[in-house]
Design a protein around this ligand. Sequence first.
Ligand SMILES: *Cc1c(COP(=O)(O)O)cnc(C)c1O
Length: 220
Amino acid sequence: MAIADNIQAIQNDIKIVAGQYARNFSEISLIAVSKKQPDERIEEALDVGHRLFGENRVQEAQTRWSERRQKYDDLKLHLIGPLQTNKADAAVQLFDMIETLDRPKLAKALAKEMQKQNRYLPCFIQVNIGKEEQKSGCQPQDLESLLALSYSEGLQIDGLMCIPPVNGAAGVYFSFLKTLADLHGLKKLSMGMSADYKEAIAAGAHYIRVGSGIFGERTL
Ligand SMILES: *Cc1c(COP(=O)(O)O)cnc(C)c1O
């Protein structure tokens, strides 16, 4: 029951915060981040009708979702973790959206795979919004050229995604991502996790990605 309640509570928050910022709540979607969560918790979310999930590793996602995909034809899976080019084929096969396009080599690999499989997924470009050394994501100053390349490869880029620095004021980074999106004519933003999804909605998020806030601590 806890998981159903958590999903309900977050959906309520979406409505409340959207209202406070004069946004339409129906344009904001909750991605349940199921990485490292045991099966029974996933089933609980599915049982109450939740259908949008995020995973950060291709192989783990295949194990968890390949069979379930057959059972739930309205399921949507977003890849929210770093993607190696040698896993582009599996990622294109399994996911419905790639949120972590962050470099030219990957743009080329994804475009090639999509053509090969005749399966065209929308992508988000992940921006290393805090310009952190260890973090994946393209640097803000490289966004323009990565976008140009992605378009020339035929990719559909729906928006931008970020993971702000852990100890920063997330809202500032969310606003920066929104500015970058506006600057490049991109409509959608994936930002905000368990600790900061309300700030993300306030700053314009269309997808919030919540893991532990729905399922509890990751145990696998
Ligand atoms: C794990 C993860 C999340 C969810 O994190 P929580 O703090 O558990 O909500 C969101 N986004 C990405 C990219 C993640 O890897």
